[in-house]
Design a protein around this ligand. Structure first.
Ligand code: ANZ
Ligand code: ZN
Length: 876
């Protein structure tokens, strides 16, 4: 019998239209069932989806469909992170309007996502560049401002004098702008900040309440927040006619090393450095040079340690006769601690590099355990490990912790000009979040500057402050600045002439609350609806790339707190209860004889006796097969999802990205993988067809007894059900896929042994049950094929709406085996365990048995010998 091939193209379109028309994935807010919120990080509308999107959204979709079938009211929305620089660059290059460019991209990506068959509630679609979205963001900003969560302060920025723009630290390369190549200047700009640093401790502590976050991400956030406990320490300056200052304050986490101090170092931007430079042109040059190189952490870490001796001296806090030189040094940051340090070369590598460069020497004050203090010396590797204090007067012999405590206590008690010399202090690496961008394509900051009244919030009734559309990009810089009329407005307070803020918000603001907006995105006066937020949040499962592990997630966590404080997010604190970071889609790379990258679509691969060979399709020229790397345009190793969907269907693409690799690992995209998936689609379809011919008709009641053959079919279906269910719940999609291959094999085998066409009611019932289960199990992964199969099996409903089957565990207990367990050759217990348990599991379970533990009498287990399916022997 020849069965028609499954035509993915036709079927997929048909089912997508059916779901659309039936509003299958609409999620009403008043659905009384328990809720589940699954969210994938929304995309930037670059214009085309890539395989990373396919993987990310497929995973989310599997969860959404699974949870829906399990009886949850599932929120699974989609939107667009639509502001950002690429739209402006495109505008400058092609004379297009950023809005038109963005919306055209959204339209094509929406169509692409729809062709993937994602179970999204499109009625909740939002775009952050839509005034209907950003007006609420402006309201949030004003509420934050009123609540004291916003700051306006001067800050240093990297200014590109040719492009007239602020550059991020990453965009400054060797002191020059990455595009213009111009020498970057440090400028002080008054900018808007969100006071995230005030929330540092809470953001840190609450990480412990996120058990469903990857440990790795929590650690990255922890390091980023960077809590450090130390001592704020005041050094008295020896009198000098050069400067008026009387002291230098430093921050140290190692007060125990104070007797190893060799110098003081100031940040180049430190006021005392400027004062010392007033009559020292060489120092002025040095400071200017440091500033050019950039004073960011990244710039500092890579630069060679350099300094300049100001000639100033400070007194050691425990010895007034001990003078330490004061340097200005390029490795001290102005905006951390106090912008000044004391250097202890023996125990800090940067200090040692610096001291060695300037001949300052070092005094080891912490001696490692088991080392003779008399011979312990430091040359070019600082020692930052544990040990005992040496060369440190009254601290001698103490541990580091005890010495820290001792020094802190003494210096808290000591005074310098009436105030204590030392004060314990907690510092965070986390800085306030500067959100001002001198850009057009972003959310306007709703403030008006009036000479008389200062910064005046735009009245709520005047929101949104909409971006003007008549702007030009033919000059560098911010078009809002140059717009003839937009910024000139009357002051809302005094009516006098005033000007609009022309900075727009960092696009990270846009993505810091979209997940809240999704809960009630329809046009209303407020950014969020309290009932909807309470119902849907937190997001139960958030899925996205590890590249967002720090900034996006931290900002979103902060924003949620700020929204809570201003009454926009109920009592919600943490927005994402579960987080999953998926791996990448990777592919082989190819290069031609000249080293140029060649795309997979331009080559042919042949299998030769000595391996795979690649050659160009057009002229047959040999192509070198390179390493497997993340799909990227620059290496031309991308596969276009559109082409795959066009040729094989979305179900095949979805199946490929779920197969073979654990979801947190990288998945290798190969042609063989695609062929394998496409083949399985056809195979599953044929199997369903065969099962349909054998299955009892719908609704046939269960017979009272089952033959062994029928019982076996039921068992394989229910066993697969239990496993797939577990695998999806634990996001082990690749294992769920493997279970389905296995079930298909087993069902085919069961059909293969049927001898006569006359089969009993019991077997017919079992095939009906197994067929339905099989289709329901792959439905979250291959939803179109599943609908088509569901119809073939006689159902008049949508499988997308069918309740998840209930596993009958009594059918699969036979899967257990009993193994006698001996201890030193004597039987002591019986182990009951699943037949497929691996050796490690058996060993652990056997040793844990009460009878075995008793027989061991506390003796250590030397060895466990397992004779598979027969016996376990514990040797003690
Ligand atoms: C003396 C010392 C001795 C230090 C020693 C370290 C080891 P965290 O943990 O990151 O807080 N430091 C302080 N302010 C700095 C700044 N603005 N720029 C560069 N470095 C700065 O690190 C605190 C330590 O980093 C401080 O402790 C200080 O050096 C340095 F054996 O003080 B320490
Ligand atoms: Zn005014």
């Amino acid at each position: 019998m020849d069965i028609a091939r499954y035509n993915a193209r036709e079927a997929e379109q048909k089912w997508q239209q059916t779901w659309d028309a039936a509003e299958t994935f609409r999620t009403p807010n008043d659905d009384p069932r328990p809720k589940y919120y699954v969210l994938e990080m929304f995309p930037y509308p670059s214009g085309r989806i890539h395989m990373g999107h396919v993987r990310n959204y497929t995973m989310g979709d599997v969860i959404a469909r699974f949870m829906r079938a399990r009886g949850y009211s599932v929120l699974h929305p989609m939107g667009w992170d639509a502001f950002g620089l690429p739209a402006e660059n495109a505008a400058a290059q092609n004379k297009t309007d950023p809005a038109a460019w963005t919306y055209a991209n959204i339209a094509s990506m929406r169509a692409q996502l729809k062709s993937m068959g994602l179970s999204l509630d499109w009625s909740r679609e939002i775009a952050t560049c839509d005034p209907a979205y950003y007006k609420h963001q402006q309201k949030l900003f004003l509420d934050f401002l009123a609540a004291g969560l916003v700051d306006r302060k001067k800050s240093k920025v990297n200014w590109d004098p040719v492009d007239h723009t602020v550059l991020a630290n990453e965009q400054v390369i060797d002191g020059r702008g990455w595009r213009s190549g111009a020498l970057v200047e440090q400028r002080e700009l008054t900018q808007w900040f969100l006071k995230i640093s005030a929330a540092a401790d809470d953001l840190l502590a609450a990480l412990d309440d996120l058990p469903r976050w990857p440990e790795k991400v929590r650690l990255m956030q922890k390091n980023w927040i960077g809590k450090s406990e130390g001592l704020h320490l005041r050094f008295a300056l020896a009198p000098s006619d050069k400067v008026a200052a009387r002291e230098v304050d430093v921050y140290t986490t190692r007060p125990d090393t104070l007797f190893g101090a060799k110098f003081i170092a100031l940040a180049p931007d430190h006021p005392l450095a400027a004062a010392a430079a007033a009559h020292d042109p060489a120092l002025q040059d040095f400071i200017a040079e440091c500033q050019r190189k950039g004073t960011s952490e990244a710039a500092i870490e890579t630069a060679e340690k350099r300094g300049y001796d100001t000639g100033l001296k400070v007194r050691h806090p425990f010895d007034a006769d001990w003078l330490l030189p004061v340097y200005v040094a390029n490795f001290v940051l102005m905006d951390y601690g106090t912008g000044a340090i004391f250097g202890c070369p023996a125990h800090d590598q940067r200090d040692l590099d610096f001291a060695n460069a300037y001949g300052l020497g070092n005094i080891p004050v912490v001696c490692p355990p088991d080392i003779d203090p008399a011979t312990f010396t430091i040359t070019d590797k600082a020692y930052d490990g544990d040990g005992t204090l040496i060369n440190s007067r009254f601290l001698g012999g103490l541990s580091i912790d005890a010495a820290k405590e001792d020094v802190s206590k003494r210096l808290e008690a000591a005074t310098l000009g009436h105030a204590p010399v030392g004060k314990r202090q907690i510092n965070y690496r986390l800085r306030d979040w500067g959100i001002s961008r001198q850009r057009y394509w972003g959310c306007p900051i709703p403030v008006i500057h009036c000479e008389k009244c200062g910064g005046v919030p735009v009245p709520a009734a005047d929101l949104p402050v909409v971006l003007p559309s008549d702007v030009s990009f033919d000059q560098p810089g911010n078009p809002l600045e140059r717009h003839p009329t937009w910024k000139h407005v009357a002051c809302p307070q005094c009516g006098g002439p005033a000007r609009r803020e022309t900075d727009t918000m960092d696009t990270f603001v846009d993505s810091s609350w979209y997940f809240l907006r999704f809960t009630d995105p329809w046009d209303k006066a407020e950014p969020t609806d309290a009932v909807a937020v309470k119902k849907w949040l937190p997001v139960d499962q958030y899925i996205g790339g590890i590249e967002h592990a720090i900034l996006h997630l931290l900002y979103a966590r902060f924003f949620t707190r700020a929204m809570q404080e201003t009454g926009h997010a109920d009592a919600l604190k943490e927005p994402f209860a579960g987080l999953f970071t998926q791996g990448m889609v990777v592919h082989e790379t190819y290069r031609d004889a000249n080293g140029g990258w060649v795309s997979p679509s331009e080559i042919r691969i042949d299998l030769t006796p000595d391996g795979r060979r690649a050659a160009r399709l057009d002229d047959g020229a040999p192509v070198e097969i390179g390493p497997i790397e993340k799909m990227s345009k620059s290496k031309r190793n991308t596969i276009d999802p559109d082409e795959i969907i066009e040729t094989y269907g979305a179900d095949t693409a979805r199946w490929v990205v779920l197969s073979d690799s654990p979801p947190e690992g990288d998945v290798i995209w190969t042609d063989a993988g695609v062929q394998g998936a496409a083949k399985f689609v056809q195979r599953a379809w044929r199997l369903v067809d065969e099962l349909a011919g054998l299955a009892a008709s719908l609704g046939t009641p269960a017979p009272s007894e089952f033959s062994p053959a029928a019982a076996e079919v039921r068992k394989m279906a229910h066993a697969a059900l239990v496993k797939v269910e577990e695998d999806i719940q634990r996001l082990r999609f690749n294992r769920a896929v493997a279970q389905l291959y296995d079930l298909a094999n087993k069902l085919s085998a069961a059909i293969g042994v049927i001898e006569s066409p006359e089969i009993g009611d019991d077997l017919r019932f079992a095939f009906r049950e197994a067929a339905d289960i099989f289709v329901q199990l792959f439905a979250p992964m291959m939803p179109h094929l599943a609908e088509e199969s569901w119809v073939r099996l006689g159902h008049a409903t949508l499988v997308a709406e069918a309740p998840w089957p209930i596993a009958d565990r009594s059918l699969i207990v036979e899967n257990m085996m009993s193994l006698p367990v001996q201890v030193n050759g004597k039987k002591r217990a019986d182990l009951v365990i699943t037949r497929d348990a691996d050796a490690a599991t058996i060993e652990k379970a056997a040793v844990a048995l009460e009878g075995v533990q008793k027989a061991l009498e506390g003796k250590a287990v030397k060895k466990v010998i397992i004779v598979p399916q027969r016996i376990v022997n514990v040797v003690a």
